[in-house]
Design a binder for this molecule. Structure first.
Ligand code: ATP
Length: 614
């Protein structure tokens, strides 16, 4: 496939404002692609030259790309940058210059593979003279392509492809292209959750069919998508939902066997299979992969964090008995002497790329290991939690840096309440409760794992992670800041789209309002993004990428918002859900992707739990 053919599809993808159209265009594109190219097409569609978890960054900032554009079309870097300041998008600048300056009749003959390989080579260029080499390589590509291709190519190194296509939409597209429809898409999704590599799924599907995809399984070095938690308001609800009493026949049998029963109600409550409880550590999720003496670590976002935490590498090599292993853990700054957990604000100072050794020295992390997903060639995803915990205990020796957290099996809400109180006393966030018989559901969020936090009982003091969908121009003093209110939304997992939930006008300082323009630079769109569903049209649409943490007083039903709404051509059938008195707490865009924002299902569950303090 020629690169110019691919960028014609990018044009169509960029222009559409309907998710169904996105899927159709992608399916058409994948049908035209062969097995040797499909992975590259998938990565390029996401503006990458490797899966997300591979730290292969092209490593060219605005100024370098501007220099390449300038050299390709006979302008200075500063002239290109001046145009960029006017147009706000280097892709548009490259397009215009290419149209003006290009010699007529030049053929656009580069293939997708050639462009992809060159971009990958640029990413791997390092050392002395690498800046010039990268600039020249990009310039040479640009000289050999048409204006539309130059536009899309310029955006790739900057990570601003503007196509806004989510992984589930790409999976829908490939399912239709190869399997004819979406009926087997769940199987593709499962494989994706276990490998985190869309290109691999596409290529394997085209080469070996669905059977080959199902055999992919877990591999050390490829992150598994993390299992996440649902919320419940209190310990009683946890037992009702996760460990309901066995039916009465069994209770009678037990009483016949002579067990003392002073309180029949209590007996019923404790006659269950129990829940597995651990503290909820407030640091960041780290998935640790070890293969021989190679250790890699991934964040919940699938970002490679290996180089950030040298002490965890050392701990893994020292304490793990197995040759190969995948562990799930929460890393946190902890003082073993005083048994003191440091606050999240301290721990988070370690999420940086500079002064790593010094930081590891002054603020060493411990990894609280709560799960094991793979050991010596065997995936444990299908193994029940209680068995995984036993394997974990045998695999980790000591607790110097990796601290095993085997959890406790509990049969009574009172015991869980005690543990919750003890968590708060130690400054922890709460408790995570799991079903002891559940396998590890990669990428899942359901009632196999539940978090209990201090304020989840009723009064909505729990925050909600929202995604910025657009902003509304400011009035009065805020005119100067550009933005005066934000339109924000949540992620609707089933539809792979973002739905509106509220407008926010408070909680931001003057500087933060100013920073909104800065943060959204390059993400603004002149039409509604295809994966956004909203009845409200903001002054400026913003590609759904920036996650903010929001606190609100209450969740209400509202016909204005699309979160949880049913809307047909004749209007709103079921109103949506909205946040009342929302205020911004913090920007979460560093550690969460838009798809990690609070989901509509979670919001509805929180709405159901409101005001029910027991
Ligand atoms: P929050 O913002 O409430 O911390 P979250 O959106 O980051 O939640 P959730 O799925 O809601 O993620 O909560 C689960 C998170 O809690 C996990 O991603 C993990 O980072 C952390 N965690 C801490 N302790 C544990 C534990 N013992 N078991 C599982 N996860 C834990």
């Amino acid at each position: 496939m020629k690169f110019t053919e691919l960028t014609q599809y990018f044009e169509r993808l960029e222009e559409t404002s309907s998710r169904l159209a996105l899927i159709d265009i992608l399916a058409e594109l994948f049908k035209k692609t062969d097995a040797t190219t499909v992975d590259k097409v998938m990565y390029l569609t996401q503006g990458r030259v490797a899966p997300f978890y591979e730290p292969t960054e092209i490593g060219m900032a605005d100024k370098m790309v501007a220099q390449s554009i300038g050299e390709a079309f006979g302008l200075t870097k500063d002239e290109v940058l001046a145009e960029y300041a006017r147009k706000g998008d280097l892709g548009i600048v490259a397009f215009a210059l290419s149209e003006q300056k290009r010699q007529k009749g030049k053929k656009d003959e580069l293939s997708v593979v050639e462009v992809f390989e060159t971009l990958k080579a640029i990413a791997h260029t390092s050392g002395v003279g690498s800046v010039e080499k990268k600039i020249t390589a990009l310039k040479e590509l640009m000289e050999h392509m048409d204006a539309v291709s130059a536009k899309h190519l310029s955006r790739i190194p900057l990570g601003k492809t503007r196509l806004g296509i989510g992984d589930p939409t790409i999976l829908d597209g490939i399912a239709i292209a190869v399997l004819g429809d979406k009926s087997k898409r769940k199987l593709l999704e499962k494989a994706y959750n276990e490998t985190s590599d869309l290109g691999l799924i596409g290529k394997t599907l085209m080469e070996g069919g669905l059977e080959a995809v199902q055999k992919l399984g877990v591999t050390v070095g490829r992150p598994i998508r993390s299992e996440l938690c649902e919320r419940l308001p209190n310990p009683v609800k946890v037992f009702e939902k996760m460990a309901p009493p066995r039916h009465s026949g069994e209770v009678q049998n037990q009483s016949k066997s002579g067990e003392a029963q002073t309180d029949p109600g209590q007996a019923r409550m404790t006659d269950n299979d129990g829940i597995h409880a651990t503290y909820k550590y407030d640091g960041f999720r780290v998935q640790i992969h070890k293969n021989g003496d190679k250790v890699e670590m991934f964040s919940r976002n699938l970002e490679d964090m290996t180089h950030m935490f040298p002490e965890l590498i050392e701990g893994t090599l020292k304490q793990i008995k197995a040759t190969s292993v995948i562990l799930d853990s929460e890393a946190m700054a902890y003082q073993p002497e005083s048994e003191e957990f440091l606050p999240f604000q301290e721990t988070t100072k370690r999420r940086r790329k500079h002064n790593i050794e010094a930081m590891a020295e002054s603020l060493p992390l411990k990894a609280f290991v709560f799960d094991i997903l793979y050991v010596d060639g065997r995936s444990l995803l299908g193994t029940p939690l209680n068995e995984r915990v036993e394997i974990m205990k045998k695999t980790i020796v000591g607790d110097e840096i990796l601290i095993p957290e085997p959890g406790i099996i509990m049969k009574k809400p009172e015991d869980l309440q005690l543990m919750l109180d003890s968590a708060f006393t130690q400054g922890l966030e709460g408790v995570v409760v799991k079903r002891p018989d559940s396998g590890y559901e990669a990428g899942g969020r359901n009632f196999n794992w539940v978090k209990l936090k201090k304020h989840s009982a009723g009064d909505l003091s729990d925050t909600i992670d929202c995604v910025i969908l657009g902003y509304i121009y400011g009035k009065g003093k805020r005119t100067a800041f550009g933005a005066g209110a934000l339109l924000v939304g949540l992620y609707d997992k089933k539809e792979d789209q973002f739905v509106s939930v509220t407008r926010i006008g408070t909680g931001l300082t003057d500087d933060e309002w100013r920073s909104i323009k800065e943060k959204t630079k390059g993400l603004e769109l002149d039409h509604k993004p295809a994966r956004v569903h909203s009845l409200i049209t903001p002054s400026v649409w913003v590609k759904p990428e920036i996650v903010i943490e929001v606190l609100a007083d209450e969740i209400t039903r509202s016909p204005l918002h699309t979160a949880g709404a049913t809307i047909s051509d004749d209007g709103v059938k079921e109103p949506g859900y909205a946040l009342r008195f929302p205020r911004l707490i913090t920007f979460r865009d560093k550690d969460k992707k838009a798809e990690d924002a609070t989901s509509v299902d979670e919001l509805i569950a929180m709405f159901g739990g409101q005001g029910k303090k027991e």
